[in-house]
Ligand binder design. Structure first.
Ligand code: TK8
Length: 361
């Protein structure tokens, strides 16, 4: 029924937009519209690699309004222009080609060429990625960039690409700092989570975090989440503000807490089968374009993070900002998770990330 109402209103709105001046339409959209930094110009000249043409189906989980999609628009622009049109990029948002895990296996079997999942659902396949799921690991984006762009992040990309599991890892982008939303009321302490049915990403670390904090977690794919919240299968979820806004979770959640409990990167992946068919100069072009996309997408994500929070409040989500002491209480309660995953992450990586983020162990 809800879908029907939505579809009907889309048709009505489209009809209105034909009759009304542009400004009226813009106004009706302003409740969720965000101000994006413009897509940069393409740097660098044409890359020549023969006359063969290639097509990239690039599927992602988030909607068109997200920073992720915007980053992919830049990627498309770079690759198509610099390959002189020999590479075409088709972007598929909103899990149209499958959720994070389905897209990753599509790359492995060669039915799609590129994707950009959150690192969390990939942990079973790439155990080291568990490091990013550790609770309250990063305090700010400066630490994040130091880890992702320094030897830790580049080393991880190389090791993942060498696993020979059908995937080549080209770069990092950003989903962002995660915040909690729910349908029960304001949650300001771990005690407030008691019994809360919360959806988590399909990650053993996320599951452990929410169990340790006293909630009742259920792992689920992102593509199923809106319906699960709408139907009350779960009471809450956690995601960055931009993702909460662009996925319209404010329509099915009443409260939020600014916990910033986990930072989730996106990882840019390409199918190994496709990669092997590409001439070397095009491989290099995809690497460069992925890096440039990552820089731009992180800028977009950071620019619109607080805008998205404001829009959510305007749309009726009641957001609670917790104090440093309240955040510390969550952090303390979740701390055992570090020891539970230390050996899976591996000592050198674990220790290096602890050093880079200033966590004394
Ligand atoms: C989108 C997901 C999503 C993630 C999640 O494909 O599952 O909650 O945060 O953004 O990667």
């Amino acid at each position: 029924m809800k879908n029907l109402i939505r579809q009907t209103s889309v048709v009505v709105c489209l009809a209105c937009s034909l009759l009304l001046p542009v400004s009226a339409f813009a106004k009706s959209d302003s409740s969720t519209a965000l101000n994006f930094p413009p897509i940069p110009a393409v740097k660098g000249g044409p890359v020549n690699a023969g006359s063969q043409d290639f097509t990239i189906k690039f599927g992602i989980g988030l909607a068109k309004a997200s920073a992720q999609y915007r980053g992919l628009e830049y990627f498309k622009k770079i690759v198509e222009k610099r390959s002189n049109g020999h590479i075409t990029v088709h972007i598929f948002p909103s899990a149209q080609l499958g959720d994070d895990l389905e897209m990753t296996s599509a790359l492995q079997s060669g039915t799609a060429e590129m994707t950009q999942p959150s690192t969390s659902p990939l942990i079973k396949m790439m155990p080291e990625l568990a490091v990013f799921d550790l609770p309250f690991l990063f305090d700010n984006t400066k630490q994040v960039d130091k880890v992702l762009d320094g030897p830790i992040g580049t080393g991880l990309l190389k090791r993942i690409s060498k696993q020979n599991n059908g995937l080549i890892a080209l770069g990092w982008a950003e989903n962002g700092f995660r915040e909690l939303t729910d349908n029960k009321g304001a949650i300001t302490s771990p005690a407030g989570l008691h019994g809360l049915k919360i959806r988590t990403m399909q990650s053993p670390v996320q599951l452990d975090i929410w169990k340790t904090l006293g909630a009742n977690p259920t792992p689920m794919s992102f593509a199923e989440l809106f319906t699960a919240l709408d139907q009350g299968t779960v009471d809450g979820q956690e995601n960055p503000w931009v993702t909460i806004l662009t996925s319209k979770f404010y329509e099915v959640q009443s409260h939020a807490t600014a916990t910033r409990h986990v930072y989730t990167p996106f990882i840019t992946l390409v199918s190994q089968r496709f990669w092997q068919q590409l001439p070397k100069p095009y491989q290099q072009l995809l690497r460069t374009a992925s890096t440039q996309m990552g820089v731009y997408e992180r800028k977009v994500s950071r620019d619109i993070d607080s805008q998205a929070k404001k829009k959510l409040e305007q749309n009726g989500l009641k957001i609670t900002n917790i104090s440093a002491a309240q955040r510390a209480a969550f952090r303390k309660k979740a701390r055992p998770v570090y020891n539970n995953f230390k050996s899976q992450i591996g000592e050198p990586l674990f220790d290096n990330v602890m050093k880079a983020t200033g966590h004394a162990q």
